[in-house]
Design a protein around this ligand. Structure first.
Ligand code: B12
Ligand code: SF4
Length: 445
């Protein structure tokens, strides 16, 4: 048995590490999750050029990810060090999106000083897309892509090292791992993606598995989701879109480049999702399915709705496939009947041409509008997503967007039923739009 401590920072749901944690426990390893700060949006007065994560304007309020205003400080890192020393893990696993890259020099010295013998591993979108950044910053290893199999392989090597008290060179060849070793980078090939997500189990919850640090205060053995209002989970992974500002497409390219099998979309078994929800903590009264979109077939969706209504009955949020729902309105109404109360519609711009050329989105605004009206009439809370701040946008494109907004339904009695959410374009490293329209990048994040 080996022990891993995961570190997440400024996150909302920590879904990736919750799943990894479940899988490591099932493999017989020990796990503890350290949650540094939280990922909520906070309001600001003036637009900020330098912001971590998204900056958005919605319901009359300008907002940024908390990481912009509340930087992790000495108080927080002292507490982090205390937890790490107490847990004494063999491996420390940092989970990061590119928006967390700035934390590399903050966290590495703390981890190394607290547990000098621990192997420092990084995973998630940030390290996957720029492994060298993390290795040069002091991490021993980066795991690219889906983390489950690679981390399990690595933990087994570490366990072997503990048992034999000898270095185990096999760790340097575990699939998906990247190392800086003997003066050069070792980039191991990607292993095929696992199709059956059941293998990885449910996201781990429970106070005993987590510690939370916020505002310089430590909540030892505390899982914020257990006492929060929302429970986060997922139906599956992957997306069929190719939006140029999204890092999702780069994920599948990694596998394709190595000739490894990758799935556009993998769904979990519907019964399994319902069984997980039956066991969810009592306090959260709302469920958020974090999938990019609801990708279940008609039969599976109807089956889910029936089971969900019977056994769970709480309200839920998810993104759904607009065209599909317009063609199969009965499926849409079943979801609403089961508890769907919120969703979003990604217009991004009022100009279909601009959406096609800049963002590689092929959707028809007339369909999106029809779907938005359907949501409105059904009383769903529906965020209308728009992208702001693209310097290639012309006056004509702007006018098209204004015209589109005028066509959206609106109720004076219930003005926030369909709020506009204008999110500033701030492409992540190496996303297609950074090559397509290089000027669009105002600051690398
Ligand atoms: C749902 C979602 C959200 C949800 C919930 C996220 C969550 N899971 O906690 C919400 C809306 C809250 C959200 C918030 C944000 N998101 Co988001 N989100 C997604 C989405 C659609 C799915 C993510 C998901 O849950 N996947 C399923 C889980 C299981 O996968 P995973 O978390 O990636 O974890 C796996 C691997 O990454 C890896 N792994 C992860 N951590 C670790 C750690 C170690 C040690 C190891 C070994 C492996 C490992 O193993 C895991 C299991 O296989 C993706 C798009 C996509 N296609 O993935 C964008 C995406 C991940 N989000 C993105 C961003 C930028 C954000 C925000 C920063 C935006 C903001 N608010 O400013 C915040 C992040 C908060 C933060 N500070 O980090 C970007 C990341 C881009 C990048 N280059 O980093 C993505 C790719 C979308 C995009 N526009 O490109 N997001
Ligand atoms: S932005 Fe959303 S729809 Fe577009 S490719 Fe990324 S995950 Fe898919």
């Amino acid at each position: 048995m080996a022990k891993i401590c995961f570190i997440n920072a400024y996150e909302t749901s920590y879904l990736g590490t919750r799943i990894l944690a479940s899988y490591m426990l099932a493999k017989g390893h020990e796990v503890h999750g350290i949650l540094l700060e939280s990922g909520e949006y906070i309001s600001i007065e003036e637009p900020l050029e330098g912001h971590e994560g998204y900056q958005s304007y919605s319901r009359g309020v300008l907002m940024v990810n908390r990481a912009t205003q509340y930087k992790i400080g000495q108080d927080d890192t002292d507490l982090l060090a205390r937890i790490l020393q107490a847990e004494a893990p063999d491996v420390i696993g940092f989970s990061a999106r590119s928006t967390n890259n700035w934390l590399i020099p903050v966290l590495v010295p703390v981890c190394k000083a607290a547990v000098p013998s621990a192997l420092l591993v990084a995973g998630g979108f940030g390290p996957t897309l720029e492994p060298e950044l993390y290795l040069d910053g002091g991490f021993h290893c980066v795991i690219r892509g889906d983390g489950e199999e690679a981390l399990a392989g690595l933990m087994d090597c570490v366990e072997e090292e503990k048992r034999t008290r000898r270095p185990n060179e096999q760790k340097y060849s575990v699939c998906n791992t990247v190392w800086f070793y003997r003066g050069g980078y070792i980039k191991n090939t990607m292993s095929p993606q696992e199709k059956n997500l059941s293998k990885y189990g449910e996201p781990l919850h429970g106070h005993r598995h987590f510690s939370f640090i916020k505002n310089g205060v430590m909540y030892r053995y505390y899982d914020p989701e257990v006492n929060g209002g929302i429970y986060f989970t997922y139906f599956g992974r992957g997306c069929i879109g190719h939006c140029t500002y999204c890092s999702g497409g780069q994920w599948s390219s990694l596998y394709k480049d190595d000739g490894a099998k990758v799935y556009k979309r993998r769904n979990r078994d519907v019964n399994e999702v319902v069984e997980e929800l039956k066991k969810m903590p009592e306090k959260p009264q709302h469920i958020w399915f974090v999938d990019e979109y609801f990708g279940l077939s008609r039969e599976k969706t109807l089956e889910f709705c029936k089971l969900y209504k019977k056994h769970i009955g709480k309200t839920f949020f998810c993104y759904i496939n607009y065209d599909y729902m317009l063609e199969h309105e009965d499926v849409f109404y079943s979801l609403v009947d089961a508890g769907l109360v919120g969703t979003g519609v990604g217009f991004q711009t009022g100009s279909e041409k601009f959406a096609r050329e800049q963002y590689h989105r092929q959707l028809k605004n007339s369909h999106l509008l029809e779907f938005a009206k359907l949501c409105f009439e059904t009383n769903l809370f529906t965020g209308i997503h728009l992208i702001g701040g693209n310097c290639y946008e012309t006056e004509e494109v702007f006018q098209d967007t204004v015209d589109l907004i005028r066509k959206l339904p609106f109720s004076i009695e219930d003005p926030w039923r369909m709020p506009l959410e204008n999110i500033r374009l701030r492409p992540h490293p190496k996303t297609p739009i950074t090559f397509l329209s290089p000027k669009v990048v105002t600051r690398a994040i």
